[in-house]
Ligand binder design. Structure first.
Ligand code: DX5
Ligand code: ZN
Length: 221
């Protein structure tokens, strides 16, 4: 793949000025807004929901928004995120009782669908639904927090996911999430990822000058 996309995770942004943060990171060249939804149930942290997604749309953000749902149950959040303007809606298969149905609900709502794999979750969840996913998201940390270290075994899993995508013939993005930094992103790309979530690597590199706040880090990613 050579159609690489950078997806800043706004989990590490300054929530008190979120609209401006998202505007700045997109102006610096980011492609997709990665929107981490945590429910203090499926994962041990609590973040943001559809109202904040809608607020970003109302603020004027037109880039794709990639809603990463770390919630259970999944299904009743799908319509809310579709109405709030999400472009992608991805969920963890363990968090849904009916994975095929949840994928279908996402597409029926007019969004692009995806499955998310925790470090220990097997890719076999894809076996019967490759025709129903637009994105495969591999977690390279255990979900719940930003700022963790990349789990190296994820590189082999990326290669396996890349093989599955290429063999399927479908147009499916392969996204990686967790511990992506300037110094490991090239190796991650060589393993087959085409979409790179980065939270702390981007938002902790905020530049002090007012203009072009994220240009220098995005130029390196
Ligand atoms: C973790 C989230 C990630 C996280 C990535 O559960 O899904 O998107 O914010 O943060 P970094 O890039 O700091 O590992
Ligand atoms: Zn995420």
């Amino acid at each position: 793949p050579n159609d690489f996309k950078i997806a800043p995770s706004i989990l590490s942004a300054d929530f008190a000025r979120l609209g401006q943060e998202v505007e700045d990171v997109l102006a610096s060249g980011a492609d997709i807004v990665h929107f981490d939804v945590m429910d203090n149930h499926y994962v041990p942290n609590l973040t943001i929901g559809p109202m904040v997604c809608k607020a970003l749309r109302d603020y004027g953000i037109s880039a794709e928004i990639d809603a990463h749902l770390m919630v259970t149950p999944v299904d009743r959040m799908i319509g809310d995120f579709a109405e709030a303007g999400a472009s992608y809606i991805t969920f963890h298969p363990e968090a849904s009782d009916h994975v095929d149905r949840s994928l279908q609900l996402i597409r029926d709502a007019g969004c692009k669908s995806g499955l998310v794999f925790n470090p220990a979750t097997p890719l076999s969840y894809l076996d019967y639904v490759m025709d129903k996913v637009d994105m495969i998201l591999l977690m390279s940390v255990n979900p719940g927090f930003g700022g963790q270290s990349f789990i190296p075994g994820t590189l082999d899993k990326l290669r396996e996911a890349r093989r599955r995508i290429d063999a399927s013939g479908y147009n499916i993005r392969l996204e990686i999430d967790g511990g992506v930094k300037v110094d490991n992103i090239a190796e991650i790309a060589r393993a087959g990822a085409d979409t790179f979530v980065a939270g702390s690597a981007i938002f902790n590199a905020r530049s002090d000058s007012d203009a072009n706040r994220y240009d220098s880090v995005l130029a390196k990613l």
